[in-house]
Every structure is written in C-alpha cells, then in structure tokens.
Design a protein around this ligand. Structure first.
Ligand code: ADP
Ligand code: ADP
Ligand code: ZN
Length: 213
C-alpha cells in the first residue's frame, strides 16, 4: 500500500492527541503533532522554541514560518515515508495551502466534533506526562498513581496553556482561524465528521471507520 496521510482536525481538547496515540499503534505510522514539536523545541531551548514561547503562552497561533520549518524537517525523516497522522496541523488556511504547494496529498481529514462547553472541562482536567507526553484526565482517566506516568514514571502535570484564561483565547483562535478548514476540506470532498463525544474507545472505532481502516 502507498503512503497514508491523514489530518486530525478539531478544537483544543477534542481528543486529537488521544486518538492519534491509538492510531499510531494500529496503523504503524507516526503522529506529527505541531504542538508536541513546538513544546520539544521550547524544552530544548532552541531559537525557534524561544520565538514560539510567547504566542503559545498567550494562546495565539505561532507564526506560520516557524511552524512550517518544524513540519518540513519532521516530514523529511525516514519514518514519515510510509505516511503520517497530522495532529494540530494545518491550523489555518495558509498552512493548508503550504501543504498543497509542497505537493502533499492527504487521503482524508477527520473532523472530531465536540461541543464547546464540553471542551472546557476536558482541557481543565487534562494532565500530561513531561517525560513521554502521555495524556491523562484528572477525573476521566487519571494515572494509577497521582502525578506519576503509568508508561514511564515521569511526572504528570498540567500544561501551562491549559489555564482557563488562555483556553478562552485558544478556543477563539480555533473558531476564527482553524474552523474555516472544515469547509475548505469539505469542498474538496475529503472531510469526514466524527462525533467526539462518548468513550475514547467508541470515538476510536468511529475514527477507524472514517479512515476506512
Ligand atoms: P491543543 O490541541 O490543545 O490546541 P496543541 O498542542 O495542538 O494544543 O497546541 C498548543 C499551542 O501550540 C497552540 O495554542 C499554538 O500556540 C501552538 N501551535 C500548535 N500547532 C500549531 C500550528 N499548526 N500553527 C500555529 N501554532 C500552533
Ligand atoms: P487535543 O489533542 O484534541 O487537544 P487531547 O487528546 O489532549 O485533545 O484530550 C483532551 C483531554 O480530554 C485529555 O485530558 C484527555 O484525556 C481527555 N479525553 C480525550 N478523549 C476523551 C473522551 N472520548 N472522553 C473523555 N475525555 C477524553
Ligand atoms: Zn510518561
């Protein structure tokens, strides 16, 4: 089979990262999360990481040129040759155009749909491992020992930008910059809507069905 490339689209807290982690296992293609790449760049203290910092902490989009250079580098690695799942990218029309202009053809775009009022609770309860990036939820799916990652024993805590004031800005940015991509890909005939409510497993089954896997 040829390379399989997918986009997971959806607002912050929709469950894109959670679903990507499951898809990585079953499809054997990597997850490419621009949020993860940006956080790694910050942690490593690179120039790009430092430039991205303020935008992320205020809940704004990081400028396209910075994000595109990270994506370009990531997609050029060997493990991306068989395809990948784009999580959190593209985030605006300019980024979608950049994919097109590089000749990257995606098979389909899964739009994970979750009502705004539910997103706020998911984001407030989100807990993330600083070591391996595993995602938990304080009440829905906590680690076995509070604050300790099941997978790597790393420290599990809250993301700085999951703070209520920043979340409000991120949800606004989603509505104005990212949501227009729904129509963009619908017109192209590759958008598949998935209901993001329900258990992680039931959403996963719906995502697999949408991917035709
Ligand atoms: P979430 O899925 O909760 O929105 P992400 O980890 O995808 O969180 O993104 C965290 C932050 O990283 C965003 O608020 C934004 O500042 C930045 N970011 C991530 N991906 C992009 C992107 N494709 N373009 C611009 N900024 C991005
Ligand atoms: P995104 O990557 O879209 O921002 P995440 O995958 O990080 O979203 O999920 C946000 C939060 O919601 C996390 O705490 C995660 O554990 C939780 N979550 C994910 N999927 C579900 C679900 N189907 N039901 C309840 N909570 C979920
Ligand atoms: Zn971990």
């Amino acid at each position: 089979m040829g390379a399989r490339r997918f986009i997971l689209l959806g607002p912050p807290g929709a469950g894109k990262g959670t679903q990507s982690a499951l898809l990585v296992e079953s499809l054997s293609i990597p997850q490419v999360s621009t949020g993860d790449l940006l956080r790694a760049a910050r942690k490593a203290g690179t120039d790009l990481g430092r430039k991205a910092q303020l935008f992320m902490d205020q809940g704004h989009l990081v400028p396209d040129d910075l994000v595109l250079s990270l994506v370009e580098e990531r997609l050029s690695r060997d493990d991306a040759k068989g395809g990948y799942i784009l999580d959190g990218f593209p985030r605006n029309l300019a980024q979608a155009d950049a994919l097109d202009s590089r000749g990257i053809v995606v098979e389909c775009v899964v739009n994970v749909d979750v009502p705004f009022e539910i997103l706020v609770g998911r984001i407030a309860g989100r807990r993330v491992c600083q070591g391996c990036g595993a995602t938990y939820h304080a009440t829905n799916s906590p680690p076995r020992t509070e604050g300790v990652c099941d997978a790597c024993s790393g420290s599990v805590g809250q993301r700085k930008d999951d703070d209520a004031a920043v979340v409000e800005s991120r949800l606004k940015v989603y509505a104005s910059e990212t949501a227009p991509l729904i129509d963009f890909y619908k017109k192209r005939g590759i958008l598949r809507d998935v209901n993001g409510l329900g258990s992680t497993e039931s959403v996963y089954q719906a995502v697999l069905a949408a991917l035709g896997s």
